[in-house]
Design a protein. Sequence first.
Length: 146
Amino acid sequence: MQKYIAALFLSLVTSTFAQADTSIPWTKAGCESVKGTWITAHSATDSGCDANHCNGLSFCKSNVTMNWWAAVIWCRSIGHQLTDIETACPSGISSGGTCANLKGITSSGNWTITPASATQPYLADGKVTVYGDRRETNNRYAFCTE
């Protein structure tokens, strides 16, 4: 009976810790505390931008590459979410695939939650493209939003 009670106590303690709030403060320091890089998009007053295409929002980008599914989990594990393409690139993408909001700020591939198709998510960076398959081992960075 004592073993049963001890096991029950241990499982309750463990489950309580597993449900702890893992949200990071939505700040540069918070992002860096989870080994991320704080990225701030262009604002409407920046050269080559306007209010329709640049929002000045901040993102937390993982410093390690991962597949799409791991990127979703990484963002959730820090209390946030993988960004969608409209947040990353407001009012869409130019005919050349350019995202004015992030142009010149981040050049390597970043996963977004918005699928280009059932299996192909977008990559948001200076140029937005459809990339691979969520199941592939091709790795890119998690790109989280508040």
